[in-house]
Design a protein around this ligand. Sequence first.
Ligand code: NDP
Ligand code: KPL
Length: 317
Amino acid sequence: MSDSTPLSFTILGTGALGGFYGSRLLLGGATVRFIAHSDVDWIRAHGLRVDSPLGDHLFHPVEVYASSDLIPPSAVVCIGLKTTLNDRLPELLAPLVGAGTVILNWQNGLTLEEELAACFPQAVVIAGLCFLCSNKVGPGHIVHLDYGRISLAARDEPGLVWLPRLQAAFGAGGIETDVQPSLPAARWRKLAWNIPFNGLSVLLDRNTDAIMADPEARALAERLMHEVAAGAAACGVPFAPDFIPQLLAATERMAPYAPSMRLDFLAKRPLEVEYLYRRPLREAARHGVRMPGVETIAAQLSLLDRANRGDSASGAE
Ligand SMILES: NC(=O)C1=CN([C@@H]2O[C@H](COP(=O)(O)OP(=O)(O)OC[C@H]3O[C@@H](n4cnc5c(N)ncnc54)[C@H](OP(=O)(O)O)[C@@H]3O)[C@@H](O)[C@H]2O)C=CC1
Ligand SMILES: CC(C)(CO)C(=O)C(=O)O
């Protein structure tokens, strides 16, 4: 395939993130094949609706599938599933991934790309860290609220070669991208936001603006950020000295936002505790550093998650 041929994408998980970026890739002229779950028939019948400050669009018809089988091969397979489903990724991705297929992982968390590369050594695994505020509000209906930049980070040389083409495809759809030289550094920096704000939005039952407005809650978020900084430093990717003040200032400027973990909790869906908390805790511990506050909120989130989904062993009435 020549470098100027439009890329083809399969999007596994047509939710807040997958539906939004898929819609932008379509607008940019790429071929996009969506894999959806409970709303696959709805999307076939009524289309995919994406409301955004960039413009509201209804895509109908769209190429949408109920499973990974029988989909024509795409050059790039994007993962837009929650990490709570990652034990199913080997099975879900296997029909989509051949020699040289690019797997672009959009999920939040740590160790994702290493696990994908171990499972699919024939593929080119690239991280796409999404700075996005988007929600799925109903079947086939995505509401994009703010932001959207994707930070691309390759694991290896073959990944680096793909970055310009990915940047061109997203750029054609109006999505800003940048290239991060270190995948672990980029992942830890993103966690410095997700660990405090995803967890506290559930534990304190409030959105980001309300966390920032309360001095005690804000101080707690900042303390957690410093623990994440210690974890990152132990793993060999220290933050710049002004990173945490800048992150706090950016959060202050952000529109009021319910992080996806809060939406999952309110909808009684499983929480992404494993990849957002347990994997970073494990990686930091491997390098001799504990993050005690992060450990505590991870344990609280696990308990709340189990109780929320009706596990009687959690002790909740
Ligand atoms: N939303 C955001 O703004 C951001 C999200 N992220 C990260 O992106 C990832 C995805 O989050 P988000 O898009 O918010 O989550 P959503 O829950 O909105 O989307 C996940 C989608 O996957 C679908 N799905 C579930 N099971 C399957 C399956 N077996 N096959 C195909 N599709 C399936 C779900 O369908 P159904 O609803 O029918 O189950 C849903 O549409 C997470 O790791 C999150 O942390 C990162 C940055 C920003
Ligand atoms: C809210 C935001 C923009 C913070 O980085 C985000 O990307 C997320 O929810 O993961």
